[in-house]
Design a protein around this ligand. Structure first.
Ligand code: NBX
Length: 755
């Protein structure tokens, strides 16, 4: 250790001599400078083939710990920091988390960057440098308030670079600026994340929270991720953002190709582009345009680009599949219209089906349809999701291009989600298994040998308790909430969306609250924990947050209930908060309406950290269940076939369930009870109440009773502590499959062919 960190230690001593004092801020700066230097000395991967992973989001999280993990320096650094009189958390607190993502799609991109570098594959990320990112969430009067997330500052890992690209805009150009971040892999080779900004961006146009002039494109282009798209100006801004991102990407790719003297007619032999959901779809059009400008015929350009592009689908929600009105595109990207027209005509030759049209009868342009027609690969992100794409959502495409479709079940990087966020469990497993599971995930299976070893089970449970204590202390400091550390921790953290059914969990809370008031006491206190942001224009999602915050207040003030039941809503949930709460949780809530959650990746993080899933047969839950067996997971609810049939037959009527069950009616009506209306906004609570009875598009009431029964069973089983500990152990043991290293090896083997 002394040897590796000698330089840094010398710096620290110098500073202390000079100033007689060393602050945590200065300590962070010194460590960061040292780590950056280590990273810059790592070799860049060179090869004849390169991946570009283009994504609107990279939900990176803080980078200090994760870079140290990958450099193999975390333990030594933590020791050094401690010797200097700091807690590691103090140093970590200095770093601002980049606000460059929203949810699973963005976090997946970040895990992939880590795995691509760690597996020593040549692959860079390309995206946008949003100054205020996704908003920062505050709670006021039990409601979400959005503020600009000012994450850029001295602690950032990005370095500004000059580029000579120009992005066509109106009758002139936009000038891009590049921000690069090194991505270090665990074997010491590095790649780069390239984020583009526009030179003319102007932070000062933001006022009253996150309001700004949506038409001032030169100034607003890179201010926010997913600006409100509820009106025409907002939607056009999104198209401008997407085009700016992919035009920069295309120019960078062509520039690098020229540097390597790669023949543009054979570019697909050297370059592969992974299109992360439909946001980067226009890269296909922009590359065709630029290749034509460099002398290729349209047909030649299409063929080259076809061989270069692969598309990942992350959703089957119809409303999340992007379509843009032809007229908007014509206004924003007139230079692409002849290519869109040409592709539309060509593809209508291939298939007459309306479902596969690029331009539909209403003159809307379907972005996913461009990806599927032109790209060489289409993948879903969990087995059941890919099956649903093939069998229902994209079945006409599957008939047309059966060999393009493939599944790549998501994964998570264990270097962050075990080594980084749960050092106690990581060290314990390394010692027990004599190998590092973060580099060798398959070794975790050997834990099964200890399934009947009560010492090992007790050790794992003791680590869980320690993580609970850490999180409780964190929440006390952050939100001044006092929580019971000996309760069972039941956690639902994810984007707020009706299909994820946080509202069903709310109904459970009401059920439990009423039971406790009725003297039916749980065997042990329960902490129900939420973390979620709602998109700023998504009214019902905000109503659900409001209802949960009202319940939180009501329970906290109820002296009878609060010793047995606590609700805690984590404010501004982000990667750092996830790293705190996931290792501390016992129950992992994965309760989406079957068929709607493409995969989920939080489910994998909880499993790796020894939480037991309470979930529907949806997304990757299905694969988790197959791995751990029915005794180590709690599943409930209608299956995806039943749900899909309800949509097809339009025969789901929430009101029938509400009227047919006294219990359900009581729970739903509590939302507009006097005591709720006293702490909450009647308009919002009434709207949610009405929505659940008269619409309930994501079928909360269909599954709520089974959900309650299932959760009660789980809480009973939790009391058999050794058996519960065995379930924890089995979940950890079987989680190796969900390493993103495995996922990336599959992408490389089937699509990228980098190695
Ligand atoms: O992608 C998520 C899915 O919901 C998860 O099931 C999946 O595990 C994860 C990674 O594959 N999708 C997601 O996060 N989507 C978005 O955030 C999104 C944002 C804007 C938009 C469409 C989707 N227009």
């Amino acid at each position: 250790m002394i040897k590796k960190l000698q330089d840094l230690q010398q710096h620290i001593q110098q500073e202390k001599r000079k100033y007689n004092h060393l602050s945590a801020t200065r300590m962070y700066e010194l460590i960061q400078a040292y780590v950056k230097a280590q990273m810059q000395s790592a070799p860049i991967h060179q090869s004849e083939r390169k991946l570009y992973y283009i994504s609107a989001e990279f939900l990176l999280g803080k980078m200090l710990t994760s870079n140290l993990v990958n450099l193999g320096l975390l333990d030594e650094m933590q020791e050094l920091v401690q010797k200097e009189g700091f807690a590691w958390s103090q140093i970590q607190d200095e770093e601002m988390e980049p606000s460059l993502g929203n949810g699973g799609l963005g976090r997946l991109a970040a895990c992939f960057l880590d795995s691509i570098a760690s597996l020593q594959r040549n692959g860079d990320g390309i995206g946008l440098y949003y100054h205020f990112g996704l908003f920062e969430q505050k709670f006021e009067n039990n409601k979400q308030v959005e503020l600009p997330n000012r994450w850029i500052g001295k602690t950032s890992w990005f370095t500004k670079k000059e580029v000579n690209y120009r992005v066509p805009y109106k009758n002139g150009w936009l000038k891009p600026i590049l921000y690069d971040m090194e991505v270090i892999g665990e074997h010491g080779t590095r790649n780069t994340l390239h984020l583009f900004d526009v030179e003319s961006v102007d932070e000062s146009i933001v006022h009253d929270g996150i309001q700004f002039d949506k038409t001032a494109i030169e100034k607003n282009l890179t201010l926010f991720l997913y600006p409100d798209d509820s009106d025409e100006a907002g939607r056009k801004l999104r198209i401008y953002q997407q085009y700016f991102m992919v035009s920069c990407a295309a120019q960078m790719i062509l520039e690098e190709a020229l540097q390597h003297q790669w023949d543009l007619r054979h570019l697909h032999e050297h370059v592969i582009i992974q299109i992360n959901d439909t946001h980067p779809t226009m890269v296909i059009l922009e590359l065709i345009r630029l290749l034509q400008k460099r002398g290729l015929l349209l047909a030649e350009a299409i063929e080259v680009v076809s061989g270069m592009c692969a598309y990942t689908n992350h959703t089957i929600l119809a409303e999340a599949l992007e379509t843009w009105p032809y007229a908007y595109l014509q206004d924003v990207v007139p230079q692409l219209m002849n290519i869109i027209e040409a592709l539309d005509v060509m593809m209508k030759e291939r298939s007459k089906k309306a479902s596969t049209a690029i331009i539909d009868a209403n003159r809307n342009v379907h972005m996913a349809n461009i990806d599927i027609h032109i790209g060489k690969s289409v993948n879903g992100v969990a087995a059941i999701h890919t099956d649903i794409l093939k069998q229902s959502e994209l079945k006409d495409f599957y008939a047309l291009y059966p060999t393009k479709f493939n599944n790549k079940t998501n994964g998570i990087t264990f270097r962050r989600w075990l080594s980084g966020c749960n050092t106690q469990l990581h060290h314990y497993l390394c010692d027990l298994l004599k190998k590092d599971p973060s580099s060798h995930p398959e070794i975790l299976k050997e834990l099964v040998k200890y399934a009947h070893d009560e010492t090992v089970i007790a050790d794992i449970m003791a680590i869980k308790q320690e993580k609970k204590m850490e999180w409780i202390a964190h929440m006390k400091k952050k939100q001044q909430i006092t929580l019971n550390p000996y309760a069972v921790f039941d956690t639902q953290v994810k984007r707020l969306h009706e299909y994820k059914r946080q509202q069903m969990n709310a109904l459970y809370i009401i059920h439990k609250l009423l039971q406790i008031r009725d003297n039916e006491l749980p065997p042990r206190p329960i902490n129900i924990i939420f973390g979620a942001k709602a998109a700023c224009a998504y009214t019902i999602a905000k109503d659900i947050i409001h209802a949960l915050l009202c319940l939180q207040e009501l329970i906290a003030k109820d002296e009878k209930v609060s010793p047995y039941l606590q609700l805690c809503f984590i404010e501004n949930y982000n990667v750092s908060e996830a790293e705190f709460i996931i290792p501390a949780s016992d129950i992992s809530e994965q309760i989406s309406l079957a068929s709607k959650e493409a995969s989920g990746t939080g489910n994998m993080k909880f499993m790796l950290n020894g939480a037991v899933t309470l979930g529907t047969n949806d997304g990757a839950n299905v694969e988790i269940a197959a791995l751990v067996g029915q005794e180590n997971i709690y599943t409930f609810g209608k299956d995806s076939d039943t749900v899909i049939a309800h949509y097809a037959n339009q025969d789901y009527v929430a009101k029938d369930i509400y009227e047919g069950s006294e219990h359900v009616k009581t729970l739903v009506d509590f939302l507009i009870s006097d005591e709720m209306l006293r702490v909450g906004d009647p308009v919002s609570l009434t709207r949610l109440h009405h929505e659940l009875i008269h619409k309930d598009w994501f079928m909360t009431l269909l599954d709520v009773e089974e959900y309650i029964v299932c959760k009660e069973k789980m809480l009973q089983d939790y009391e058999k502590q050794t058996d519960w500990g065995r379930k924890m152990l089995m979940n950890i043991a079987m989680s190796g499959f969900f390493s993103s290293d495995r996922t990336i090896q599959e992408y490389d083997r089937d699509i990228w062919k980098l190695s």
